[in-house]
Design a protein around this ligand. Structure first.
Ligand code: PEP
Length: 322
């Protein structure tokens, strides 16, 4: 899961956000082996984030949001891949739609930036995706695959295997309009297929595909359920550490719901052997309830309250963030 902060948060605010994010994830015993967590702050925050991550040995990775297409020299305002590597960046976002749109970056420029990132020992997060007109015309798959071809030209097969490609339909970025899980799956499956056809099955298996566009904790589970979606590139929602932590821990959300369903089924008397499971050992008398049943009641109510609190809490956080 990667959080793109865009042009938000100064270096002090960046440190606070990363501290809160790390604390929340460690409090909830986040499994970093299952879901990698990466933040992409503005350039000027990177040194502070590096100091915090190194000093506190955090398992959060960090990415730049862009890189120069040039190696070094008279390019005022640009930041080179070597400079970002020196700051310990793991990743660099290249070809974000905001750069393609507002800075006229085409696939050739994105390709050069991806190659520079790889040459400096970092991993590019290559963004592709169609605008609304293209989607309406039904050419979204073809358009996105053209961008993949252009952006990955000349990259070695082993390097393609280590890449991250983010499918971000432009009409879903920052608009609150989220693509359906099926939309995300359709294009991600096509991208994986294109990598298989052009580079090989191993690269297609290893390349990581992210979906991006108004991802929140309330819609991430359906998106992550898709076989060809490996993660998400999150914009607005990554500015809230609690919300971003909930997105990173999407795998825990269905578990709580399943627990509730199980408890309700047990209540309905389909579980069998309740006394054994809940340690009652006393059968209930006529009209009374056993210790086991009372324990079950308490657990069910506790889980229900926890679930309700999560839903209400997330709703409030989303409302505050919008
Ligand atoms: C993004 O900036 O890459 C993005 C997906 O933004 P948002 O989640 O806010 O739509």
């Amino acid at each position: 899961m990667a959080g793109n902060w865009k042009m938000n948060l100064n270096h002090q605010e960046a440190v606070v956000l990363v501290q809160k994010l790390a604390w929340t994830l460690s409090d909830k015993k986040h499994d970093y082996g299952q879901v990698e967590v990466v933040v992409a702050p503005p350039y000027v925050d990177l040194r502070s984030v590096q100091t915090l991550v190194d000093g506190d040995r955090l398992r959060i990775g960090y990415s730049a949001q862009d890189v120069s297409a040039h190696e070094s020299g008279a390019y005022t305002g640009e930041v080179s891949a070597a400079m970002l590597a020196k700051l310990g960046c793991d990743y660099v976002v290249v070809g974000h739609s905001e750069r393609r749109e507002m800075h006229g970056e085409d696939d050739a420029v994105v390709n050069t930036k991806a190659l520079r990132t790889l040459a400096a020992g970092m991993t590019p997060i290559v963004c592709v995706g169609e605008g609304l007109e293209v989607r309406k015309a039904g050419r979204h798959v073809e358009h996105t695959l053209d961008q993949v071809d252009g952006s990955l030209a000349g990259i070695d097969p082993e390097q393609v295997a280590s890449l991250v490609i983010a499918y971000e339909p432009v009409w879903a970025i920052g608009t609150g309009e989220v693509a359906t899980p099926d939309d995300a799956q359709e294009v991600c499956a096509a991208i994986r297929g294109r990598v298989r056809d052009t580079v090989g099955a191993d690269a297609a298996e290893s390349v990581r595909l992210l979906y991006g566009g108004s991802v929140k904790s309330s819609n991430v589970v359906g998106i992550m359920d898709q076989p060809d979606v490996d993660g998400a590139l999150v914009g607005g929602a990554s500015l809230d550490p609690a919300e971003f932590a909930a997105i990173c821990r999407y795998y825990a959300l269905p578990a709580l719901s399943l627990l509730l369903i199980l408890l309700v089924l047990l209540h309905k008397g389909r579980g069998g052997g309740l006394s054994d499971m809940f340690g009652g050992g006393m059968s209930s008398g006529l009209g009374g309830s056993s210790v086991a049943e009372r324990n079950l009641d308490r657990i069910t109510i506790g889980a229900g309250v926890l679930w309700f609190a999560c839903v209400v809490g997330l709703g409030l956080l989303l409302r505050a963030g919008s």
